[in-house]
Design a protein around this ligand. Structure first.
Ligand SMILES: O=C(O)CCC(=O)C(=O)O
Ligand SMILES: [Fe+2]
Length: 359
């Protein structure tokens, strides 16, 4: 067994094995632990169906950079979430990753349980919901997660499935490159040098998380993922065509319509803080389906855990006071406590701040 496997001493027979395993065993009604109290369930009349969030065409970066930056900046300020097309990442890389991830979830449960842990900063984590040992109401998904520290030389990928290392490495390097391009443009959107945000991130880190949402026998009683904002920097998400991701504005939840082979990108808490509130970290959640499995592959591009995060000094003057005054934090604690005072729904999953889970 690889040395990084985190739970060698845990009794795997008492750990939750995940919702895929439940469904594979023929479950017909969801167990009580997955039933949300009525106040936490999705309310139909507060959902706006089939919304097209801003679409950022990366091809425009070549033809008219200034306009591209303006469009990106507007989407990040007004929505904090947008779809990215013509991003240059080959469809084969994305579909290859999907294939590898599906193979990973299809491994025998004993193989997956070797990686079961509630720790976040481990190279490989398999878990279900967020932190099952602390939750009264679990989320209807399983996930594999990889933490890439900024000092890492070579990532210890799982040995099985054999194709996974190659497919995932290629995906990660493509997504890293996309995040760097977006971060440069987001810096310029703040009227700053293109490397300004990257400098504040320090040696940035990444968490790659694949979420598997099997069909749910009682989809109205459960949630795939509770409403939360991501606590890191920039989130780059690839999903299949099933749908279920929703973003919140005011009291309404906007049902996001996937565009084939596009990425969904959202601003996370620490980028909101760095921009002194210009870019918005939007709350989002996931609904589940009665008859379809949904897969999302999420790259959280985060500042170094050593970085101290506060609004960029260049953005502060008399007209633009520091909105997060006196509340600069180490990135290792992440920005969650800053923003949680503004939104009762902030949970901070992305870089693993489940300790602040308020549900
Ligand atoms: O599955 C999705 O679409 C959203 C996942 C997400 O928000 C997360 O992992 O933080
Ligand atoms: Fe998220």
């Amino acid at each position: 067994m690889p040395s990084f496997v985190a739970n060698v001493n845990q009794q795997t027979d008492v750990l939750p094995k995940g919702v895929k395993a439940l469904m594979d065993n023929g479950l017909v009604t969801i167990p009580g632990r997955y039933i949300k109290p009525p106040s936490h369930r999705a309310v139909k009349h507060l959902i706006v169906p089939g919304v097209e969030i801003p679409v950022i065409d990366m091809a425009a970066l070549e033809s008219d950079q200034e306009k591209f930056v303006q469009t990106l900046c507007k989407a990040s300020s007004e929505w904090g979430i947008f779809q990215v097309i013509n991003h240059g990442i080959p469809v084969a890389t994305m579909q290859g990753m999907v294939y590898g991830v599906l193979e990973l979830f299809d491994l025998p449960i004993e193989e997956k349980m070797k990686y079961y842990t509630e720790e976040v900063f481990v190279p490989v984590r398999y878990c279900t919901s967020m932190t099952p040992s602390q939750e009264t109401h679990m989320e209807w998904h399983d996930h594999f997660q990889h933490y890439f520290s900024n000092t890492e030389k070579e990532h210890p990928w799982p040995e099985k499935p054999a194709c996974y290392r190659r497919l995932a490495s290629s995906y990660v390097s493509s997504v890293r490159h996309l995040s760097q391009t977006l971060m440069s443009a987001l810096s310029e959107g703040l009227g700053l040098d293109s490397n300004c945000l990257a400098k504040s991130f320090g040696d940035s880190e990444m968490i790659l998380r694949s979420n598997y949402y099997p069909p749910c026998p009682n989809p109205d009683l459960a949630l795939g993922m509770n409403g939360h904002t991501d606590s890191g920097g920039l989130t780059i998400l690839f999903e299949d065509q099933v749908g279920g991701l929703q973003a919140r504005k005011g009291d309404l939840w906007y049902d996001l319509k996937p565009i084939k082979n596009a990425f969904i990108v959202n601003i996370a808490d620490q980028l909101e803080v760095l921009s002194n509130g210009k870019y918005k970290s939007i709350e989002h959640r996931v609904l589940v389906q009665p008859d379809q499995t949904r897969l999302s592959i999420v790259a959280f591009c985060n500042p170094s855990r050593d970085a101290v995060i506060g609004p960029l000094p260049e953005l502060i003057d008399e007209q633009n006071p520091d909105l997060y005054k006196g509340r600069m934090l180490h990135s290792s604690i992440l920005a969650l406590p800053l923003l949680s005072s503004f939104s009762a729904h902030v949970r901070g999953t992305a870089a693993g701040l489940e300790i602040f889970n308020i549900y």
